[in-house]
Design a protein around this ligand. Structure first.
Ligand SMILES: [Zn+2]
Length: 582
């Protein structure tokens, strides 16, 4: 846009370039307006820029010089719109340079139509790689506009299928591209190699980030596989492992409880090993969240779901997100699409646990700070482990005995309450006697579990009691099922659930309405469920949980409908610690 003066000589010129501002894990559209007018030569930046953007003025000027472009004379005003959006980072360099090039007549105005520019400039005129390419590419695909950005980021832009990307490596190249002297093919012809990880691959070292499929098979995997092989699988451990797999199928949360030494921690850590690899879309999401707190080189394109295990002294802000300025994601978001493992749940500070309730319910964290309100996705599978009292004993055995319900039937074949499994030999009975006795007073015990409020416990669909393996199990019970076996089962189960629900929803996200229409169990299982529910005076919430677990177990078995056997197993997997029951 050129406004002519009376004598036909341009007096002031105006140009604008579109860009995006990183906001949470997404981007917001922003506009760079450049006005060159009369006045003392110089450049001024307005529109709520942070320090890095304010310095863009000097970088862009030096890059112009280094690229052999003449810096326009006159007073340059750069405005970043919308003015109320807090903007940060160095990715505004490229749109500012492009808009100045247009305003000074170096390139035609229409060259910036339907384009979004993102990138940082070096003083030598080179275009450096940027942090916000992935979310920018997603934004551009959605809005049907072309993205112009650093060539080094090409591979990331290409992950977003359907995004038209032009990669440039210098300011001079950008000018040539905008003049139409550089073909789109050339601009996007950069071929990334396979991997920067030289221990695995021999591809060129100038490649920015890993796309190497081998990288997913990390050392962690080998460690987990070994842990599974070494796990002593007593009856309760096997049930817990299955419960975790069912949780992985249905997107649900698991609480493991019992005394120390029965494998809660190792099972919690194994949980992430049971999850199938991330698909590209999920990997992009995980990468974008993690790039908020970690350098992108470290992240690469993650193939394996994330695993986070914060210590129980974690603050609410570290757990759910926060911090000054633009809030950062917390552990629950960093574990999105993976596993959040909360070991020693009862020792977590009350405020942290309460802060966790909302994200676990909604699958998203909303944090408001003075600068912005951001949303981070938070849909991990939460696996929590806890003792039932501080001394590490079994809690109150008498209460425990009266409320267990493990696959024992009454005369009508209805699952019934039963006592804890008897130790199988005299030896183990002595062993247990020595370990089992709880030294806590009833008041201590109540205090210990007090932090686990009923609404929090409600977020756990599966609650599994663990007992130390008995002596015969100690000698022989090892699993012959590998991690890969479990992963395949979980992946197939998820696929089955998707086809049943006809959407991308998980079982945990099903509304009561969907549960009554899509998830009605078979007749026999149905009547058994009704009888169980009335006998136990189970709340609607508990019945729904049971139904969800039933379906997850059936999907895990590759069955399209759960039967009464799945119901029995589901009931055995929803067993609350003493004192926390309904
Ligand atoms: Zn105790």
């Amino acid at each position: 846009m050129v406004k002519g003066s009376k004598r036909g000589v341009p007096m002031s010129t105006l140009a604008c370039a579109r860009t995006v501002a990183l906001f949470g894990i997404g981007v917001r559209p922003a506009l760079v307006e450049v006005h060159i007018g009369r006045g003392l030569p110089g450049a001024q930046l307005v529109g709520l820029p942070d320090t890095a953007i304010r310095e863009a003025r000097d970088r862009v000027r030096a890059a112009f010089d280094s690229s052999g472009l003449s810096w326009p004379r006159g007073k340059i005003t750069v405005n970043l719109a919308p003015a109320d959006l807090h903007k940060q980072g160095t990715t505004f360099d490229l749109p500012i340079a492009a808009a100045i090039a247009v305003a000074s007549g170096v390139v035609p105005q229409n060259s910036l139509e339907r384009c979004v520019l993102v990138g940082e400039l070096g003083l030598d005129g080179s275009v450096r790689k940027s942090r916000s390419i992935l979310p920018a590419a997603i934004f551009c695909r959605k809005n049907g506009v072309r993205l112009i950005g650093p060539r080094q980021n090409s591979w990331e832009a290409r992950l977003v299928e359907g995004c038209e990307f032009a990669g440039i490596s210098t300011l001079a190249e950008l000018v040539a591209y905008m003049r139409g002297e550089l073909s789109t093919e050339h601009a996007s012809s950069f071929t990334p190699g396979e991997c920067v990880d030289q221990t695995h691959c021999s591809s060129s070292p100038d490649v920015e980030l890993s796309r190497c499929p081998q990288r997913g098979q990390s050392d962690d995997d080998t460690e987990l596989a070994d842990a599974l092989k070494g796990l002593v699988l007593g009856a309760t451990q096997a049930r817990a492992l299955e419960a975790i797999a069912a949780a992985a199928v249905g997107g649900m949360n698991v609480l493991l409880w019992g005394r120390p030494g029965c494998g809660k921690t190792i099972l919690g850590r194994l949980a992430v090993g049971l999850l199938p690899d991330l698909d590209t879309e999920a990997a992009i999401e995980v990468r974008v969240i993690h790039s908020m707190v970690q350098s992108e080189e470290e992240i690469g394109l993650p193939r394996r779901p994330p695993f986070r295990a914060p210590h129980h002294s974690v603050s609410p802000a570290a757990l759910v997100g926060g911090g000054s300025g633009i809030p950062k994601p917390g552990e629950v978001s960093l574990a999105h699409r993976g596993v959040l493992f909360l070991d020693e749940l009862a020792l977590f500070p009350g405020p942290s646990l309460e802060a966790l309730r909302q994200p676990l319910e909604d699958g998203v964290v909303r944090i408001s700070r003075s600068l912005a309100t951001v949303e981070y996705p938070a849909r991990p599978i939460v696996v929590a482990a806890t003792n039932v009292c501080r001394c590490g004993g079994p809690g109150d055995v008498t209460t425990l005995g009266s409320r267990l319900s493990v696959g024992v039937h009454d005369s009508e074949g209805l699952p019934q309450t039963a006592t804890i499994s008897e130790p199988s030999s005299k030896f183990s009975s002595q062993l247990q006697d020595r370990e089992v006795r709880c030294r806590c007073s009833p008041v201590d015990r109540a205090k210990f579990l007090k932090r686990l409020s009923a609404p929090l416990i409600d977020r756990f669909d599966l609650c599994v009691r663990l007992e130390p393996p008995n002596s015969s199990e100690l000698l022989e019970a090892r699993t012959d099922r590998s991690l890969i076996w479990w992963r395949e089962k979980v992946a197939e189960g998820r696929e089955l659930v998707r086809s049943i629900l006809g959407s991308e929803k998980t079982l945990a996200e099903c509304t009561p309405r969907e549960m009554s229409t899509l998830l009605a169990p078979e007749r026999e299982a149905r009547s058994l469920l009704d009888r169980w529910a009335s006998l136990q005076r189970a709340s609607a919430r508990r019945v729904h949980k049971t139904v969800r677990v039933m379906w997850s177990l059936a999907a895990l078995d590759g069955r399209e409908k759960p039967d009464s056997e799945h119901l029995e197993r589901a009931i055995a997997m929803i067993e609350l610690p003493p004192g926390l029951g309904p």
